[in-house]
Design a protein around this ligand. Structure first.
Ligand SMILES: [Cu+2]
Length: 73
């Protein structure tokens, strides 16, 4: 599993958090996504054989959020 730590702009509530989780879920890959509403930090562990970092970023951007930074762990 590949681990990413993203700083995402525009997360205001649990609804936003769920939007992001569902967007990653729509990739239909093994993943664990945690969203911290207070800090705007999104931690994602995902199967790097099934999706790329850009796939993950695109999904989050597609539902209306701006990615400020990406840290690969
Ligand atoms: Cu919200």
């Amino acid at each position: 599993m590949k681990k990413l730590k993203l700083k995402v702009n525009g997360i205001h509530c649990n609804g936003c958090a769920n939007k992001i989780k569902n967007s990653i879920g729509s990739l239909n890959i093994e993943h664990q996504t945690d969203v911290n509403v207070d800090s705007g930090e999104v931690n994602i562990a995902f199967d790097q054989n099934k999706a790329s970092i850009n796939d993950i970023k695109s999904k989050i951007q597609d539902v209306g959020f701006q990615i400020e930074s990406v840290e690969i762990e």
